[in-house]
Design a protein around this ligand. Structure first.
Ligand SMILES: [Zn+2]
Length: 471
């Protein structure tokens, strides 16, 4: 294998900078920079070691230190039951939920934090609307880098909780990810912090492209690869990866890409379908899928270029279809995908029925992140509670539990405190139910039976508190 030969090249004006210049954008035109590997070098590349992210070190820009939590090497699952339900024969799911923080962004975060750490930075800044921030926070924690995350107001609460657990400093700035990015640029300059924002650090693309290297080594080349699009960085990264794989000689033919967006936020799809080279300008994006709620996609032009070069197409789907596809994937394949990831499956039925793809085609959908990280899970739980008609019952039981948690007490006292409009018998029935479930316990002292909250009961109350904060 030759020594790595790579340059940092502007995707707009083509100007080349040295790979180790640490630039985040082109200083001549402000364009996005990308690492371009020398063709001869790529032909000499060999990979060794187990199927993990760092196996692909020869095609990653050199870093002085490796910060790893065991990312990459995620399974490419054949989805038989889901395929049957869609009338397909060769459907695969690249399950990126299996990464350390349950999203594909662990690949770019591992590389970015490695770079920051190797260069001796003590602080980094990162604008994020979810997965990337949670991921960067985790890797920063591992090497004691102080992680400053700039987030927009509308965010998945579970991702915010994840960032907090990893001890990141979180600052809310603006309504959208675009505004948060502006703030991150300012802080990079003013504070001298390392810039870790996906769209502002060309290492992101290099990290994310390793998904294609794994797909090629796992099951050979798919005919179609389906990807959800927010900023457009994921689909651009995959396309770069596939082209490199062809240069290396690992694959013969390039796949076609299918890019999916939510109907309420589809600036790239609208541009593609009207033959434009730049994303359509949206004032605001409306979708439940926070991960792809991006109205001004920074990588929009590159995403459009990737779609066109690959001979693929772009499509949008409703939030409703996205959420129901998420439940289908979980029920039929045991993979809990976030709504943005489920979009890749949601679009398939229509594409098969309209004849755009053939039933026998080999299709790979990219499942970028876990559904546990989104608010959808909480919403579906509360909906179920309502649909079973348990709402008011739960409220009474909760009141009783809270009263008992306030200190040992007996039936009559509980009824006086909370049982207005109920018979004492109904209150005793609730208490008996709670006792049967191990949430309260009782013992007889003198003539009275006293009730106390159990440890389990305390945990249930704590969980209810947590849910109420979230809802
Ligand atoms: Zn330029």
């Amino acid at each position: 294998m030759m020594k790595p030969r790579v340059n940092l090249v502007c995707t707009e004006c083509g100007y080349a900078f040295p790979a180790d210049s640490g630039r985040t954008t082109c200083e001549r035109c402000g364009g996005i920079l990308e690492y371009i590997w020398d063709e001869e070098y790529l032909k000499s590349v060999e990979f060794s070691g187990e199927l993990r992210f760092w196996r692909y070190k020869p095609v990653l820009p050199p870093v002085k230190k490796q910060v790893s939590l065991g990312e990459g090497g995620t399974p490419l699952q054949e989805a038989h039951r889901l395929a049957d339900s869609l009338g397909l024969r060769n459907l695969y799911l690249k399950d990126e939920t299996r990464n350390p923080t349950n999203s594909f962004k662990d690949r770019s975060a591992s590389l970015i934090v490695s770079d920051a750490s190797g260069k001796g930075f003590g602080s980094l800044v990162c604008a994020t609307n979810g997965n990337h921030g949670a991921s960067v926070a985790a890797y920063s924690a591992k090497v004691d880098i102080s992680c400053h995350l700039i987030v927009p107001k509308a965010m998945d609460i579970a991702k915010l909780a994840q960032m907090m657990v990893y001890n990141a400093e979180i600052v809310e700035s603006g309504e959208t990810i675009e505004e948060a990015m502006g703030r991150a640029k300012t802080l990079e300059k003013e504070m001298g912090w390392y810039q870790a924002t996906t769209e502002l650090n060309p290492l992101s693309v290099e990290g994310l492209k390793t998904i294609t290297y794994e797909i090629a080594e796992q099951k050979g080349n798919p005919m179609w690869v389906v990807v959800a699009m927010g900023s457009g960085v994921t689909i651009s990264s995959l396309w770069k990866g596939f082209k490199e794989l062809r240069s290396i000689g690992k694959i013969k033919a390039l796949p076609h890409l299918i890019g999916v967006q939510a109907e309420g936020c589809s600036p790239i799809v609208s541009a593609f379908n009207t033959g434009k080279d730049e994303p359509v300008q949206l004032a605001k994006g409306e979708t439940e899928a926070a991960a792809i709620r991006v109205s001004k996609p920074v990588f929009g032009e590159l995403a459009l270029r990737s779609l066109k070069e690959s001979g693929g197409f772009a499509t949008s789907i409703s939030d409703e279809d996205m959420l129901s596809a998420g439940r289908e994937i979980a029920k039929l394949e045991g993979i809990f995908a976030e709504p943005a990831s489920a979009a890749t499956v949601a679009c398939l039925r229509h594409l098969v029925e309209s004849g755009k793809i053939d039933r026998g085609d080999r299709i790979t959908c990219l499942i970028t992140s876990s559904g546990l990280k989104t608010d959808d899970i909480l919403q579906s739980l509360t909906k179920r509670k309502r649909s079973l008609g348990l709402g008011s019952m739960l409220t009474t039981k909760e009141k009783i539990m809270r009263h008992i948690a306030g200190g040992s007490t007996y039936g009559y006292e509980i009824w006086k405190a909370i049982g207005k409009g109920m018979t004492i018998g109904a209150v005793y029935q609730h208490i008996a139910d709670l006792e049967e479930r191990g949430l309260v316990s009782s013992n007889v002292k003198g003539k009275r039976r006293y009730y106390e909250i159990t440890d389990r009961g305390m945990r249930v109350l704590a969980a209810m508190d947590a849910l109420q904060v979230l809802l």
